[in-house]
Design a protein around this ligand. Sequence first.
Ligand code: HEM
Length: 467
Amino acid sequence: MTVASPSPAASAGGRRVDARTLPGPRGAPLVGALPSILREGMFPFLLRCRERYGDAFRVPLVGQRSLALLAHPDAFEAVLVSQRDAFEKGWFYAPARAFVGQGLVTSEGAYWARQRRMMQPTFRPRCIHALLPAMAACVDDMLDVWERRARTGEVFDLYAEMMRLTQRIVGRTLFGVDLGATSQDTTRAVTESIEIVGDRISAGLNIPLAIPTPKNRRFKRALRDLDHLIYGIIEHARRHPDRDAPTLLDSIIAARDEESGESMTDAQIRDEILTLYLAGHETTALTLTWTFAILARHAEVAARVADEAARAESPTPSDPGYLDSLTYIRMVIDEVLRFRPPAWMVGRVATREVAVAGHRIPAGCGAMLGIYFLHRHPDFWDDPESFRPERFTAEAIAARHRYAYLPFITGPRVCIGNRFSLYESALAISMIARRFRVMLASDEAIGLHASATLRPDRPVRVRVAAL
Ligand code: HEM
């Protein structure tokens, strides 16, 4: 089913809303569709509803809450751009706020706008280029270990390996700390609290943190350990700014609000760097994992990637000019982000009744922008279940609907780390492809596990062979 274009009334600034009511499952009194969601899992449930109800449908939740799943480019445009004043992040992001406070991902309104203004210069191309040598050093260290693995034929989990890699990269580029080399306690605090937050975000229903369940106590303890670590890092960076190898933290400390001239407090910096740490590693680790898992089954694409990585001119993999010249690898990354978008959905809550792409979204309704569904919309993607990097030639991109492909979303809240991540991915893929072939250790299909991100549903067991 295809959603009709917005009617004139629907697009008139959202004041007069005369649009169709959303179709969708009825659900049981009080608990809505929650029993089905718990039984099937949120993602399979949404896949089934998408098949049945089409581009836009409403799912009743507990009490008066409900959720509208939106999958059409026009709906993305409305929620993220033209009608964005009618939406906030609201209850969607409440579990994350317990962890990252008022960082860029979770804050709203004037406070968010000020923080974004202050953080934006940190992500300028010049600043990202300065981080490339540190990224390359992390990849190099990993590949030295791979030499031994290639000799022994060791099988290892690619996802765990890519998580370690991107955690080290973000640790070094963010705060100049090698998290791979920090104490066991720190690593445990970081991974434990991230896991618990991930669970809280994907569970839908959570026991309030004030109630001392064993899990809540563990979460609070991990958070205390993490705060201790982060405030220590901030204090160290304030006392010893590294002028030769500036980190993202150094530029955040130096940032000034252009209107008031004020800088950020330690508590604000803590929220921002924890946010960047969290938002900045798993998504890229997934991009890299899916890339090599897919290439292992697409020999022709893998050969072209290896060829481009080897043929390109610069001997220095961290040269931005070299990375910009990797046009085929960039097409592969774009297609991976279409096919397996790490952020498979983003959520908003309607603050008033609003018309979106011809449908009425009531006030208080959650709008779930299904990036995974958008990227397979049959009106915009031919044979969406096949992996084809040539969908991303310059001509193909120009011919497509502007909002049909949004792995980093769009509008004022577009991912601030998109350039960081694209450089990091191109760098890691080209460095790996120059030296190794990555092979899956078994023929088993790798399915999807959709929590806050779109993960493989099992370890991605691989072997590597030196070229
Ligand atoms: C493939 C990698 C990545 C993907 C697919 C991705 C995707 C996204 C998406 C979809 C959002 C919008 C969330 C929302 O509005 O609800 C977002 C926001 C954000 N991302 Fe990323 N991201 C990636 C990498 C990164 C990296 C490497 C960083 C930091 C170093 C980062 C930092 C952020 C931040 C701070 C926001 C909030 C921006 C704001 O609202 O002002 N992301 N990202």
